[in-house]
Write a new protein. Structure first.
Length: 359
């Protein structure tokens, strides 16, 4: 049920009172000044002009007066194809009074830095964030603006990830966006809170945990975050190369960064436990290697047997309820071998890099 129909709720689903201020760190959204748009939509992108074009088309079809919002495309790897895409759409929307701006981002790398660049040049008191691979519903902006009019720091909308009956491991992982408390694929934030907190931490150079970091920063600053259930974006799962899960393990380092900044909120909100299965696989492989080095066939064989059994179990878990095509089975079998080792490496790398005890 929509929070807008029954009053605002917090991220635990509890009803909260509306208030006319944004807490101790700044004024809440009070509407735009004369000549300002009401809301600025910030869209980070990186060399995906076809996906970006579909997203911008949906944003241009909002049931919101064209002169009351602007779209800022933050190109995090400026290229001619993306610029041409934005400029073509901007020219087509000029007659309607809708401003579409192209912003090349060269100072930093990653969606956190691109979003910072976008909201800092925005002209509105309210910032709407979405990604270049989403399709916002026509009512998306209207619902988000209504939610922030209650005086909160931010509002999290609804994300819909369409999946086939038997998704791949990658598709199922991407569907986690539907269950996220706060994801910048669909979020509305008061500009005053972004100004005071500094926005996104640009050390999050991958699209991972930077939105949770902003959420926790706003909460710790006294900001109220609501659900805007009527603000809907569809997030199709974009195509991925074979074996993509191997490269994704480097994101684990940013769990350590998030934990270093917000340990209590990480434990209660993320609820991510140490990957005990991964550590068991590492111990078994280490035993097999040590057994071989010291000439103990028994230790080497037992370690190898346990490693094979645990790796097969890990692969089976990943295939449960998933696509059973031969190609996907082969991908799961192959990637299940290095993933535990890579995940542990990146977790420990993050712990060392960000100087925190994080296993």
């Amino acid at each position: 049920m929509s929070s807008l129909a029954n009053g605002p709720v917090d991220l635990d689903g509890n009803f909260v009172k509306s208030r006319g201020d944004a807490g101790p760190i700044g004024a809440s959204y009070q509407g735009a000044l004369p000549g300002q748009p009401d809301v600025s939509v910030v869209v980070p992108t990186y060399r995906r002009p076809a996906m970006l074009a579909a997203c911008l088309d949906a944003l241009c079809r909002q049931d919101f007066a064209a002169n009351r919002y602007e779209i800022i495309v933050c190109d995090d790897g400026p290229d001619d194809a993306t610029r041409a895409c934005v400029e073509r759409i901007a020219e087509a929307q000029t007659a309607r009074g809708l401003t579409v701006r192209y912003l090349p981002v060269t100072r930093t790398q990653g969606p956190a830095g691109a979003r910072n660049a976008g909201w800092r040049v925005a002209r509105s008191p309210l910032i709407a964030f979405t990604d270049d691979d989403t399709l916002p519903d026509p009512h998306w902006l209207s619902a988000g603006v209504v939610a922030l009019a209650q005086g909160a720091a931010a509002a999290a909308g609804t994300i819909v990830v369409p999946l086939p009956p038997l998704p791949t491991d990658y598709e199922a992982d991407a569907s986690g966006l539907e269950r996220a408390e706060f994801a910048t694929a669909n979020a509305f934030v008061s500009r005053s809170f972004l100004d005071t907190t500094g926005g996104f931490d640009e050390r999050f150079t991958c699209a991972w945990r930077e939105d949770s970091d902003l959420q926790f920063t706003l909460m710790r600053a006294g900001g109220e975050i609501l659900r805007a259930a009527d603000a809907v974006v569809v997030h199709p799962v974009r195509p991925a190369r074979w074996g993509v899960s191997i490269a994704q393990q480097r994101k684990s380092q940013f769990d350590a960064l998030l934990y270093s900044k917000h340990p209590e909120l990480f434990r209660t909100r993320i609820r991510a436990r140490p990957p005990l299965l991964y550590y068991a696989i590492l111990c078994a492989a280490s035993a097999a290697l040590i057994g071989g080095l010291i000439g103990s066939d028994t230790v080497a064989f037992d370690g190898l047997f346990v490693w094979c059994a645990l790796t097969a179990y890990f692969c089976a878990i990943r295939l449960r309820g998933r696509d059973h095509s031969w190609r996907h089975i082969a991908e799961m079998a192959w990637t299940s071998i290095p993933i535990p080792f890579l995940s542990i490496f990146w977790r420990l790398y993050g712990a060392a890099r960000f100087k925190v005890l994080f296993l």
